[in-house]
Design a protein around this ligand. Structure first.
Ligand code: SF4
Ligand code: SF4
Length: 187
């Protein structure tokens, strides 16, 4: 196989978003405590105004981001508007993100799907197929920037997994959503 053939995935560096808004409408956006903190600072709003705990998320049963709230098992995400269904921070008229500078890290890595080796060498790049993505091909992304966002995401998720683990192990106190936010220093 030629080098060009082996690295055919490089074509995705030319990906460009057409701002259709599909990815802010089609999926629940899971967030970490660091995302919440950044959004609180950026919007001046308390966490409970934009955080929601979802039990209907497609996530493996043993995923370390499941939070135990009494008898419920939930994942932390951004609240939704229902008419029409979308992330509460999406402007439905312009399709623009109203918290762009403070948006969750997962929104920054989307829609790239990066595969790396143990040393963060890229072995493959693609894009998510979680929603229909009517993109163009006139983008100018660099692997450096895509990796930087992905590493940020991994670090942030790793830190949050430790917080969730500590919460799930806790044997005393109330197990409510408010208490979880307090436990994470978000309320
Ligand atoms: S925070 Fe912004 S980018 Fe992320 S899903 Fe919501 S509207 Fe879209
Ligand atoms: S679905 Fe694709 S083109 Fe549409 S906003 Fe998301 S990334 Fe951009």
């Amino acid at each position: 196989m030629s080098v060009k053939g082996k690295e055919e995935w490089r074509k995705w560096l030319k990906f460009s978003c057409t701002a259709c808004g599909n990815c802010c409408r089609g999926t629940i956006v899971l967030i970490t405590a660091a995302d919440v903190r950044r959004l609180m600072e950026g919007t001046g709003r308390p966490a409970k105004e934009f955080v929601k705990f979802f039990s209907n998320v497609e996530m493996p049963k043993r995923d370390s981001l499941w939070i135990n709230l009494g008898k419920r098992r939930v994942a932390m995400g951004l609240r939704w508007e229902t008419k029409p269904k979308r992330c509460m921070f999406l402007d439905n008229e312009t399709n623009m993100c109203t918290v762009y500078e403070s948006r969750p890290v997962t929104c920054r890595t989307h829609p790239f799907d990066l595969t790396t080796n143990d040393n963060w060498g890229v072995t493959k790049l693609g894009i998510s197929d979680i929603v229909e993505c009517p993109h163009e091909w006139d983008g100018d992304h660099t692997l450096r920037d895509i990796k930087k966002a992905e590493r940020w995401n991994c670090d942030q998720v790793g830190e949050f997994e430790e917080q969730v683990k500590a919460w799930n192990r806790k044997r005393s106190g109330k197990r409510t959503a408010d208490e979880f936010l307090k436990f994470c220093g978000l309320a």
